[in-house]
Design a protein around this ligand. Sequence first.
Ligand code: S6P
Ligand code: ZN
Length: 189
Amino acid sequence: MGDTTVIPFFVQLDLITGKLSSFSERVVRRLSDLRGLVADEVALRRELEHGDRIVYEVFKINVPPIQGHLFFNVTVIHPGKIGEEYHFTKGHYHMNEQAAEIYIGVQGKGLLLMRSYNNFRVIEMQRGVLAYIPPGWGHRSVNVSHDPFVFLSIYPADAGYDYERIMREGMGKRVFATSNGQGYCIVDD
Ligand code: S6P
Ligand code: ZN
């Protein structure tokens, strides 16, 4: 029998800005949370001297973290660079190797980097792009625009997060600004 402790509910998503009418939790990730993950740790330390700015935020809607339920939340990656590397999320694998995920682009322009062992995929995200992250693929998002990059994620509530593996193995790709500051280049890591 399914879990019937949660009654049906809704929230309003502004499809232009990605703003949610309500959420249960706001997770804030700052420059200092990206220690050990950036290409240029010296640049990170330099930027930290000007303050520990917010790189991205996740607006979560909580349901029980058990099989059968679905999590859905909105990530906002603010525009910016650390050195020449565009702002990105920490990235993770799902602990539950059976757990896939869907991303839906809402605002701005970003890249969804994915890795499964030595296989790499990159999907360009913008409003209306529905991307499928199959089970077992690590994933990280990057804002390559000068506006906030906003996307919606939907995934099994028992997926869990493995950040350690990304720390150890990396994503295999990094995204830098081109010299004129307008475009991006994807570089092997
Ligand atoms: C969760 C999903 C996203 C990320 C969010 C922040 O499975 O992939 O909601 O949690 O974009 O990224 P990270 O890597 O810091 O969790
Ligand atoms: Zn995920």
